[in-house]
Design a protein around this ligand. Structure first.
Ligand code: SAH
Length: 473
């Protein structure tokens, strides 16, 4: 069956909904959004529908279906659980040339209600012609992820300037290019940064210049890639990867995450380079500048969260100083991911009232820490570290009063297929890590809460077997 897609203007027009249950309630809510005048016919209605009736938004015909309910309706929806009643509504509607939708009955229906992605005034509607509603729903879920929520405001903005843009760009092909540049360039980027006034300003100056010169400046999106499991990316991160021209990524970013980037994006691993940290950092700065100035969309992809022990601050300051537009997308930092994936709640009413994120990468960073404060009880330490510093961490914490019996969980390759969790007590930290040959990246969670790891583990081979879980229950 080939259907003709259409969007109906129902403002002020009568729509009949037969049935007063949960399905009818959902249909009514959507119809009210479109400004329809609703007549609901049913012997009983839900509380929410009754609320609409009381507020005067919906007219209620009480009782069993009568053919006269359909009079002067533009559309009808049969949403009762009585097949005979639904069929009668369909037949009466046909006779009166009123389009009718019978819920879950493609044969009796003369119109279908599509699955929608709502970025009003922009709306995407999906239909499978009644053959596979589940498939339409699955497509909808995918599109929901791709279409960001600034499309609505963008459509409003274009609506307001439509005539002026048409006047400034009378030729269709040129006008189309102009719009494309507005969407992909500064105007779209400013809206994504929640700066609608600046976006409108950028549109105005593009109009004044008659071309979109401003759009030629690219932007840099500083994106947190999370700890490795690609499922831990945010939607913003996924969208940035999907539209990137150039990706500058660290060594810590997993291949599975990089896989999600646009196929023809240029990927540059900026983690590997001789010459130490300073040389790496200045090369990253130079690359960001070069590609953004060439008008490209640059994604600077960093492991975990860019603002947690990631030099994100320095990179943003650099971009600011060079007037390169930027956005920042947070990521799930290693401490949160390792805690969740090893079954350690970082705080717990009985065991820890606070948590500290600490870095202990080298001797110099160890010396700047306040060990007395770190050694206090009933708090959790999440230590981002070089594996080589475990001995120093162990001895300094014990020197400053933390008990050798304090539990820890050392999480290697957190959230990745090869995750390992090594549990023990502070007094044996360094020796145990050595015996297990723990390698980077690894995160140390230390504190009373770490004792919960063996019991709450769920991820990877070290998690208890289902039989054990079942017998514990
Ligand atoms: N910005 C990152 C941290 C960078 S510092 C974030 O927010 O997570 C690098 C340290 O992070 C590593 O030495 C290690 O301690 C920790 N780390 C990062 N990813 C990890 C992972 N998947 N598993 C365990 N630790 C990880």
């Amino acid at each position: 069956m080939a259907l003709y897609p259409l969007f109906a203007d129902l403002a002020g027009r009568t729509v009949l909904v037969v049935g007063g249950g949960a399905v009818a309630e959902r249909k009514i809510a959507a119809l009210l959004k479109a400004g329809a005048r609703i007549r609901v016919g049913a012997p009983a209605i839900t509380r929410a529908i009754a609320g609409h009736v009381r507020a005067g938004r919906v007219e209620w015909r009480f009782g069993d279906y009568e053919a006269s309910w359909i009079d002067d309706a533009w559309l009808a929806i049969a949403a009762t659980d009585d097949a005979v009643a639904n069929a009668r509504v369909a037949a009466d509607a046909q006779r009166q040339r009123v389009l009718v939708n019978v819920v879950d009955d493609a044969v009796l229906s003369t119109f279908h209600v599509p699955a929608i992605i709502d970025r009003s005034p922009l709306v995407v509607a999906i239909s499978s012609g009644g053959t596979a509603p589940m498939l339409a729903r699955a497509v909808r879920a995918r599109l929901e992820m791709l279409l960001d929520h600034t499309l609505g405001p963008l459509a409003h903005l274009f609506g307001r300037y439509r005539e002026r843009i048409r006047a400034a760009q009378p030729q269709l092909a040129a006008r189309r290019r102009f719009y494309e540049k507005l969407i992909e360039g500064r105007v779209g980027a400013l809206l994504r940064s929640n700066r609608s006034r600046a976006a409108e300003q950028a549109l105005r100056s593009a109009l004044a210049e008659r071309d979109v010169r401003g759009a030629a400046t690219g932007e840099v999106v500083l994106v947190g890639a999370g700890p490795g499991d690609p499922g831990l990316l945010t939607l913003h991160a996924l969208r940035a990867l999907g539209t990137a021209d150039v990706i500058l990524h660290d060594r810590l970013v997993s291949d599975e995450v990089i896989e999600l980037a646009r196929r023809d994006a240029v990927r540059i691993d900026v983690g590997k380079q001789a010459g130490g940290h300073a040389a790496i950092q200045s090369r990253i700065h130079a690359l960001m500048l070069e590609h953004a100035r060439a008008g490209r969309r640059v994604v600077r992809l960093k492991g975990g969260d860019p603002f947690v022990f990631g030099r994100g601050g320095e990179e943003i300051e650099f971009l600011r100083d060079h007037a390169i537009p930027y956005r920042i997308v947070p990521g799930i930092t290693a401490a949160l991911a390792c805690a969740a994936y090893s079954g350690v709640p970082l705080t717990h009413r009985e065991h820890a009232q606070s948590v500290q994120f600490v870095t202990a990468h080298c001797k110099a960073s160890l010396d700047t820490l306040d060990w007395r404060a770190l050694a206090a009880q009933h708090q959790t330490l999440a230590i981002y570290m070089g594996v080589g510093e475990l001995e120093a961490i162990q001895s300094r914490l014990i020197e400053h009063g933390r008990a050798g019996t304090t539990p820890f969980a050392l999480v290697e390759n957190g959230s990745r297929p090869d995750q390992r969790v090594i549990c023990g007590t502070l007094g044996h930290l360094a020796s145990l890590a050595k015996a297990e040959s723990v390698r980077a990246p690894a995160l140390l969670i230390l504190g009373e809460v770490a004792a919960l790891a063996p019991r709450l583990a769920w991820f990877g081979e070290s998690a208890p077997h289902d039989e054990r879980l079942a017998s514990a229950a």
